[in-house]
Design a protein around this ligand. Sequence first.
Ligand code: ADP
Length: 444
Amino acid sequence: MSSVSGNAWFRTLSQLAAVLLVAGLLGLAVGHFWPALALAALLVVAWHFLKLHDVQQRLTARRRLQPQHGHGIWNQLDQLLYRGQSEMRARKQRLLAMLRAYRAAADVLPDAVVVVERNQQRILWFNAAAKALLGLRHPQHRNAPVASALSSLPMAQWLAAGRNAEPMQDVASPADPDLRLQLRLLPYSEEFWLLIARDITQTMRVEQMRRDFVANVSHELRTPLTVVHGYLEMLEDDDNPQWSPVLEEMRRQSLRMTRLVEDLLTLSRLDARETLIDETVPMSPMLASLQREAEALSQGRHQVLLEDAAQDVDLRGAGKELHSAFSNLVSNAVRYTPAGGQIRVRFAHEPDGGACLSVTDTGHGIPASHLPRLTERFYRVSNSRSRESGGTGLGLAIVKHVLGLHGAQLSIVSEVDIGSTFACHFGADRIIHRVPSPSGVPAP
Ligand code: ADP
């Protein structure tokens, strides 16, 4: 390349020298050497300006100009520019084809995809599914603020959370209220966010069918079970002493089935609710009741301790459900702690202004590998131990569900053969400060 451009320079400079030489000779011949030389130089400069104009034409022209033939430096520059332009055009076309392919791919996605400009929170682009799922239209929603384009959704608060925005589950589509959507926000760069809406109508329907099925089966089983259990209770062991162990086992199993059905019904009821009633749940009677339950279940085999370190506060929530959750923890502590162990129920303040109810035992403990799955339905660390202790495998699932409906968290700390602590952490918004009674004793 450099030898080619060297040749071009040589050729152009030789031409210049030749022109000046001829002009000089002609000037000498007619007796006007300097004027002839100046005229020739002017013509050369004019010619170069003409070439410069051509270059400018090439760079600014909309259509493609063919390069001029020739071997001078200007021709070579022209050819180089032409080649650069051709390469750029080919690259542009390749990029355009890729962009079209990406757009076509995004358009056939079943999920709605909306590109949002982060600072202004405006819609930059959306795919075809966004029309059907979110009701967005061209061109009116192009560059429209997201909050106003999707005004039926709680966008402003959600977008304000930015990277921390949790997916919005089961929201009605602005285009069709029968469509249920899951919305997710993916901040993929400093400038742009991707808003993705997925149609989960079918999933929600199947989920509802599953819940209805479990609720119906449990409900249908309850009556026959009550009847069987009733008759078993009526059968006297003394009439047929040889049947006594069998009858005892049948009673035990029917009781277990009844408990299972009750727990399944409790879970179904919790599943069907999105929120629970909000009432003041007095904690002193609640703690006293938990202590009584633990003592009744333990029948003197354990030491049951109660510590109320937050006597000035109560909880706000659904009393019946909270009681059911706490008593599940107490019952577990009794059932999984060998005789002679200790069970401590503690209610205390938390540094964030919330409160925590914890149940600590000195029982078998749980290996760390099981902890993440402990609140799944029917998940047991040891099947035999759970069955022996009369467990249904649903207790902690109920606890987690009830706490979830109260915006509270369950934490589990456990060490094998040392014991476990199950703690329910309630946020400050769930705390009610008891108004002290005039006598100085806190009002119940
Ligand atoms: P279950 O009815 O079987 O007790 P849960 O959902 O209440 O079902 O508990 C799930 C499992 O967690 C139990 O099977 C048991 O293995 C373990 N677990 C629960 N609480 C305790 C505890 N306090 N100490 C040891 N293991 C426990």
